[in-house]
Design a protein around this ligand. Structure first.
Ligand code: NAD
Length: 261
């Protein structure tokens, strides 16, 4: 229980990788604040399960990651009600797949806001609290798409490359404060975000569902296996250890070899 007494705030943690981070932090005794959209009963069940796992408090905050004032208010609520935040994971993200010439303006704006700008606002609000304690961990879920591109994902690739740059900059600014700032860049992880892009990719590339899974998604991953949310969460947990204090400003791949190719 090496995170007992610490508080972790995970954006976009009502499903997928975000919920796996929250569970991993709770198993190590942290108080957690979860965030994201979804069915109210399912979210309450997840929140209650986290509190039971950690033996500490768990709260849900419905902040919309497109709204800077709601992000700042969520960080301040976390500070007031749980303490910290000692750990912030910028994880909320959406995807939309389309050639750039047809890419809807509102989808571009939403992806940049949720996948990139929300991390800026969360870091800006949380760092003063971390500095006060001379300890902090900021982890962002970037993507293999922070390092390489794929067609039809202009907004997502731009946002994730931006998140990797933001990570480096903020790591330099906090390097002497006991705070580390890193991003984890998974390859394809089997979550609703991947499931939901299959129909659009089928349409954009005129492929069957099986072809999209095997010839588009797993084609990029030499292991031919999806990464699991639990593997990504275990990586984040390591970054929260004192042994990881020298790891900052890094873009850490967990992509089944994708970006080695
Ligand atoms: P997911 O769809 O399961 O989870 C996304 C989360 O973000 C959900 O909790 C959702 O409610 C939340 N969210 C979406 N819009 C929001 C908003 N406006 N405000 C607050 N919360 C919002 O997807 P996932 O695959 O678990 O994705 C999590 C992160 O991992 C994303 O940043 C994604 O880009 C990244 N990622 C995913 C994969 C993958 O293959 N699944 C690979 C690399 C990176």
């Amino acid at each position: 229980m090496f995170l007992k007494g610490k508080t972790a705030l995970v954006t976009g943690s009502t499903s997928g990788i975000g919920l796996a981070y929250a569970k991993a932090f709770a198993i190590e005794g942290a108080s957690v604040m979860i965030n994201g959209f979804g069915d109210a009963d399912a979210i309450e069940q997840a929140r209650a399960g986290l509190a039971q796992t950690s033996g500490a408090a768990a709260l849900y905050d419905a902040a919309d990651m497109t709204k800077p004032d709601q992000i700042a208010a969520m960080v301040e609520r976390c500070h007031a009600e749980l303490g910290g935040p000692d750990i912030v994971v910028n994880n909320a993200g959406i995807q939309f797949v389309s050639p750039v010439t047809d890419f809807p303006d509102d989808k571009w704006d939403a992806i940049i806001a949720i996948n990139l700008t929300s991390a800026f606002h969360a870091m800006k609000a949380a760092i003063p609290h971390m500095r006060a304690k001379k300890w902090g961990r900021i982890i962002s879920t970037a993507s293999a798409h922070s390092l390489v591109a794929s067609p039809n994902k202009s907004a997502y690739v731009a946002a994730k490359h931006g998140l990797a740059g933001l990570t480096k900059t903020v790591a330099l600014e906090t390097a002497t404060d006991g705070i580390t700032v890193n991003c984890i860049s998974p390859g394809y992880v089997w979550t609703p975000l991947v499931e939901n892009q299959i129909p659009d990719t089928m349409k954009a590339r005129n492929l069957s569902r099986d072809q999209v899974i095997n010839d588009v998604l797993l084609a990029a991953q030499p292991t031919k296996q999806f990464v699991t949310p639990e593997q990504v969460a275990a990586f984040a947990l390591f970054l929260c250890r004192d042994e990881a204090a020298a790891i900052t400003g890094a873009n850490l791949s967990a992509d089944g070899g994708w970006t080695a190719a």
